[in-house]
Design a protein around this ligand. Sequence first.
Ligand SMILES: [Zn+2]
Length: 48
Amino acid sequence: MEEKDFKCLRCGAVNKFPYEKGVMMERQCPKCGSNSIRLVKEKQEEKK
Ligand SMILES: [Zn+2]
């Protein structure tokens, strides 16, 4: 299983969590305890 960066929507902390395609896993921010965690996309498209 690979690890990806996830960002906490509450405090903005970025942490690595295990990630598997198509699998919803419960994640919790180690900093603030929130479970509002979103995957940080590696490729950021620049809009011109
Ligand atoms: Zn947090």
